[in-house]
Design a protein around this ligand. Structure first.
Ligand SMILES: Nc1nc2c(ncn2[C@@H]2O[C@H](COP(=O)(O)OP(=O)(O)OP(=O)(O)O)[C@@H](O)[C@H]2O)c(=O)[nH]1
Ligand SMILES: [Mg+2]
Length: 469
C-alpha cells in the first residue's frame, strides 16, 4: 500500500456554487495547513473558514476546511475536505496548490481503495458506494444504500454454514469409518443443496440490481409499418421518431431515456423488417441488431390488423428464449372493422379485439398485448407489463440484491462448488474431493467480501470508479 497523500476533486467537473477538493494520506493535514496558512486552530471534524493561497502567497479562494483525522475517517488516513467556489479554474488551482505541496493526483476510486486497504470498508461496501453514485433512479440509490448491510448478513450466514459443513467433512476424513460426524449423509447433501440454491438465487438477483441501478434498455423490433415508431413515441411521451404510412420510414436507431415509475428505461426504436429491404434499410437493421444485442427486453411489435406471415414467425423464432413481449398494434382498426361498437376501449388493453379461436394456433398475437397508438388504448397496461418483466421478483425473493457483476460471478462459483461437493459425496469421489470443493467455496466467499482480495482484483474493480471517489 502506498503512503502517498492523494488529492482530487470530489465533485463533478463544471461550474457550480461549490466544489470539494479532497486530500487523504499521512500528510493531508500538513498539506492543507500549508495551502491554508493561518486561520483558526484545526479542530477534528469541525468546519472552519480559511484563506487558501497559491504558492506565491496570493489569495486563491476562501474555503471551508474540514479535517477528519485517521483512522476514523472515510479512508482510514487523515482526510481534509476543502469546499471552495465551484469554478473549474479555482478548483484546478486549488488541486495544483496541493500537488505543489507534495500531494499526488488520485487515481480513479483511490479514496475508496484506501478505505478498503485500511479495513474501513469491505469490497461489497465499496461496490455499494459505487452503485449509489451511479444509480439512475432513487429506487436504485436506495437499493445500493441497503445492499452492503444485506449482503454482509447473507455472506456471514453462508460462511457459517460452509464452515460447519467443512468441519463435518474434515471429521469424516480424519477418522474414516468411525462415524465421528454429527450429521447424517442426507443432512449434508440437503445443506449443500440449500446453499447452492440460495447462491443461485442471489446470483440471479444481479439482473434486478443492474436494472435498478443502471436502468434498463428496451428495444422495439418488428415488420415495417407495424407501428413501432408510433408506439415508441407513445411510450416516451414525445414525438421523437418520424411516423409515416410509408414502409421503411425508420432507418437509424432512435433512443430516448424516460422514467417508468421508479425505473430508468431507455427505449430504442429500430428500422422495420421486410423481405425486399433497400440497402439503406438493411444497414439500419444491422445497426439495430448490434444495439439490440444487449437490451434487457425486446418488444416485438406486430400490426394487429394484418395477418401474421413468415416474416413475423421468423422474428419470433429469432427471439427464442430472450425476454420479450409481443405487442399487437392497431387495436382501433381491428375493432372498427369488426363493427365493434364498444368505442375506443381506452384502458382495457388486456382485452384482445380478435378472439383467440379466430387466429391460427401459432399466431404470436394470441399472447400479445393489444394497443392502439391512435387512441392510446393499452399503453398503460403495456407500461406495467414492461416494468413487471424488468424487475418483478421471483416468488422466493433472495435476502439481498447483488450490485455488481463480480458479486454475481462469485455467487455462481460458490453454487458450483457446493454442487461439486454434493456430486463427490453421493458418487465415488468421496469426502476428500467434497472437502476440497468446499475450501474453494469459502475462498470465493472471502474474495467476495475482500478478506482475500488480490491486488489484481482491486486494480480491476477500482479502475471503474470515478476520480475523487
Ligand atoms: N389506426 C392506427 N394507426 C396506426 C397505429 N400504429 C401506427 N399507425 C399508423 O401506421 C403507420 C406506420 O406507423 P409507424 O409508427 O411509422 O410504423 P413503423 O413500424 O415505425 O414503420 P417503419 O419505421 O417503416 O418500420 C403510420 O401511418 C401510423 O400513423 C395504430 O395503433 N392505429
Ligand atoms: Mg418507424
Amino acid at each position: 500500500m502506498s503512503l502517498d497523500t492523494i488529492v482530487a476533486t470530489a465533485t463533478p467537473w463544471g461550474r457550480g456554487a461549490l466544489a470539494v477538493v479532497r486530500l487523504s494520506g499521512p500528510d493531508a493535514r500538513e498539506i492543507a495547513r500549508s495551502v491554508c496558512p493561518g486561520g483558526p486552530r484545526w479542530i477534528p471534524r469541525r468546519a472552519s473558514l480559511r484563506r487558501a493561497v497559491q504558492a506565491d502567497g496570493t489569495l486563491l479562494d476562501e474555503v471551508v476546511a474540514t479535517w477528519m483525522p485517521g483512522p476514523r475517517s472515510y479512508t482510514g488516513f487523515d482526510v481534509v475536505e476543502l469546499s471552495c467556489h465551484g469554478n473549474p479554474v479555482v478548483v484546478e488551482a486549488l488541486v495544483a496548490a496541493c500537488i505543489a505541496r507534495g500531494a499526488r493526483p488520485a487515481r480513479p476510486g483511490e479514496f475508496t481503495r484506501q478505505a478498503v486497504e485500511n479495513g474501513r470498508l469491505d469490497l461489497v461496501a465499496a461496490e455499494s458506494v459505487d452503485a449509489l453514485i451511479r444509480a439512475r433512479s432513487l429506487a436504485g440509490a436506495r437499493l445500493a444504500a441497503e445492499a452492503a448491510g444485506r449482503i454482509e448478513a447473507v455472506t456471514t450466514r453462508l460462511r457459517e454454514r460452509l464452515l460447519d459443513l467443512a468441519a463435518e467433512l474434515e471429521a469424516r476424513l480424519d477418522h474414516p469409518g468411525e462415524d465421528l460426524g454429527t450429521w447424517s449423509d442426507e443432512a449434508v447433501v440437503a445443506a449443500l443443496d440449500g446453499i447452492a440454491e440460495e447462491c443461485r438465487g442471489l446470483a440471479a438477483s444481479w439482473h434486478e440490481g443492474r436494472v435498478r441501478i443502471e436502468g434498463a434498455r428496451v428495444g422495439l423490433i418488428g415488420p415495417v409499418n407495424a407501428g413501432k415508431s408510433s408506439l415508441f413515441n407513445g411510450l416516451v411521451g414525445q414525438e421523437r421518431a418520424l411516423v409515416s404510412d410509408e414502409p421503411g420510414t425508420t432507418r437509424d436507431v432512435v433512443e430516448r431515456a424516460v422514467m417508468l415509475d421508479d425505473l430508468a428505461v431507455t427505449f430504442l426504436d429500430s428500422a422495420g423488417e421486410r423481405p425486399a429491404a433497400t440497402a439503406l434499410e438493411r444497414a439500419g437493421q444491422a445497426l439495430a441488431a448490434d444495439l439490440l444485442a444487449d437490451v434487457e427486453l425486446v418488444l416485438l411489435v406486430l400490426a394487429g390488423h394484418r395477418p401474421v406471415g413468415a416474416l413475423e414467425r421468423g422474428l419470433v423464432d429469432r427471439l427464442g428464449s430472450r425476454p420479450h413481449i409481443v405487442v399487437a398494434t392497431h387495436a382501433d382498426v381491428v375493432r372498427e372493422s369488426a363493427g365493434d361498437g364498444t368505442g375506443d376501449g381506452a384502458g382495457d388493453g388486456a382485452v384482445a379485439p380478435i378472439p383467440d379461436d379466430e387466429m391460427p394456433e401459432d399466431d404470436p398475437r394470441r399472447r400479445a398485448l393489444w394497443v392502439s397508438n391512435t387512441t392510446g388504448e393499452g399503453i398503460d397496461a403495456l407500461r406495467a407489463a414492461i416494468r413487471a418483466a424488468l424487475v418483478d421478483r421471483p416468488a422466493a425473493a433472495p435476502a439481498a440484491v447483488l450490485v455488481s457483476h463480480r458479486q454475481q460471478g462469485l455467487m455462481r462459483s460458490i453454487a458450483d462448488c457446493c454442487e461439486e461437493a454434493r456430486t463427490a459425496l453421493t458418487g465415488l469421489a468421496g469426502p476428500a474431493v467434497a472437502a476440497e470443493a468446499l475450501t474453494r467455496a469459502l475462498a470465493a466467499l472471502a474474495e467476495l467480501t475482500g478478506e482475500d482480495a488480490r491486488e489484481a482484483v482491486l486494480d480491476r474493480m477500482f479502475a471503474r470508479f470515478c476520480i475523487g471517489k
